[in-house]
Ligand binder design. Structure first.
Ligand code: NAD
Ligand code: TYD
Length: 334
């Protein structure tokens, strides 16, 4: 099988490429990534010489490029996105370009090349947020996004389903909860808090720290996507979750404990505007129909994640200093 993975130089995409090449050594992967601030080829250093793997620097919204690449592959797995809610609050233009225009362009390329299999990677944030006693999100929950990020992802999900209904494009979608694990950019909760503490800095908890997310270890998400790509029913959406609802303050305390730091390292800061209170996923459908469920429990995943950042200081220090952008940007400059 030949896969076009978009956004493969980011957090989840790079974990997915490593996972697929380990599990299916005969598969071929083309990684199309624009190398924005979040794309880092250091995430794939161990893979770059693998003959089954090819990197192409480019924009998923580039019509000719998408058409050329899609022509020659069997499946598109679309991870490429602007993914950080806080950035979408400051400036959402790139979110509209990549998440909506870019996804539309890939759908067109898939349609115009004989109807290629298309898996779109999405988020539980399209469903909006929950009160403390509301039932978890399912595939039947209506969309009610509340940030420019989640609104742009919701638009892409709708377009993906529209290409199934209108053009018979063989699509699937996964709506997954928050991921954590190796190679997560140090602007998101885990990456930022762990690296701040390793640098002796405090951690900024927004508001009262009682916002709840359903945390999933990244490898489990990769396995879920692999399962859907191989066994998923065309035209279906699958909710993917970690069975691990935790308030941010509990994540913070766990990180403090694993790094032997005290509560004095917590700094409560101004809340995020429109901060979603709670996300939770009911993943019964993928469990019953496709046999997937998360393997990594919270304690194990947190331990692995903290260890990874402790052992890969060079990786995150280069990001925090901005140095990581220089080498590859020079190499791939047009
Ligand atoms: P990320 O920000 O770490 O990586 C995104 C990647 O996309 C980067 O490598 C970036 O260079 C690339 N990219 C951005 N714009 C591009 C463009 N126009 N053309 C080509 N490449 C482009 O994101 P992530 O956390 O790995 O998330 C990957 C996907 O999973 C996203 O679609 C996101 O919405 C979804 N998702 C993420 C989470 C999470 O917790 N991180 C949870 C559920 C779903
Ligand atoms: P984040 O990793 O940005 O994911 P998302 O907003 O997509 O869920 O944030 C996870 C939670 O952590 C969210 O409730 C916001 C909170 N948070 C903080 O309290 N402080 C921070 O510095 C960051 C980045 C996030």
């Amino acid at each position: 099988m030949k896969l076009l993975v978009t956004g493969g130089a980011g957090f989840i995409g790079s974990n997915f490429i490593r996972y697929i090449l380990n599990k299916y050594p005969d598969y071929k992967i083309v990684n199309l990534d624009l190398l924005t601030y979040a794309g880092n080829l250091e995430n794939l250093k161990d893979i770059e010489k693998n003959p089954q793997y090819r990197f192409v620097k480019g924009d998923i919204a580039d019509k000719d490029l998408a058409n050329d690449l899609v022509k020659d592959i069997d499946v598109v797995v679309n991870f490429a996105a602007e993914s950080h809610v806080d950035r979408s609050i400051l400036d959402s233009a790139a979110f509209i370009h990549t998440n909506i225009v870019g996804t539309h362009n890939l759908l067109e390329a898939a349609k115009n090349n004989g109807g290629k299999r298309f898996h779109h990677v999405s988020t539980d944030e399209v469903f909006g947020h929950l009160g403390p006693n509301d039932p978890a999100f399912t595939e039947k929950t209506s969309f009610a996004p509340r940030s420019p990020y989640s609104a742009s992802k919701a638009a892409a999900d709708h377009l993906t389903m529209a290409y199934f209904h209108t053009h018979n494009l063989p699509v699937t979608i996964s709506n997954c909860s928050n991921n954590y694990g190796p190679f997560q950019f140090p602007e998101k909760l885990h990456g930022l808090f762990i690296t701040n503490l390793l640098e002796g800095k405090k951690v900024p908890v927004y508001g009262d720290g009682m916002q709840v997310r359903d945390w999933l270890f990244v490898e489990d998400h990769c396995e879920a996507i692999d399962t859907i790509v191989h066994k998923g029913k065309i035209g279906e959406t699958y909710c993917v979750g970690g069975n691990s609802e935790k308030p941010n303050i509990e994540i913070t305390e766990k990180i403090l404990e694993l790094l032997g730091k005290g509560e004095e390292m917590i700094e409560y800061v101004k809340d995020r505007p429109g901060h979603d209170r709670r996300y939770a996923i009911d993943f019964s459908k993928i469990k019953t129909e496709l046999g997937w469920e998360p393997r990594t429990n919270f304690d194990e995943g947190m331990k692995k994640t903290v260890e990874w950042y402790k052992n890969n200081e060079d990786w995150w220090r280069k990001i925090k200093s901005g140095e990581y952008l220089e080498y590859y940007n020079k190499q791939y400059q047009k």
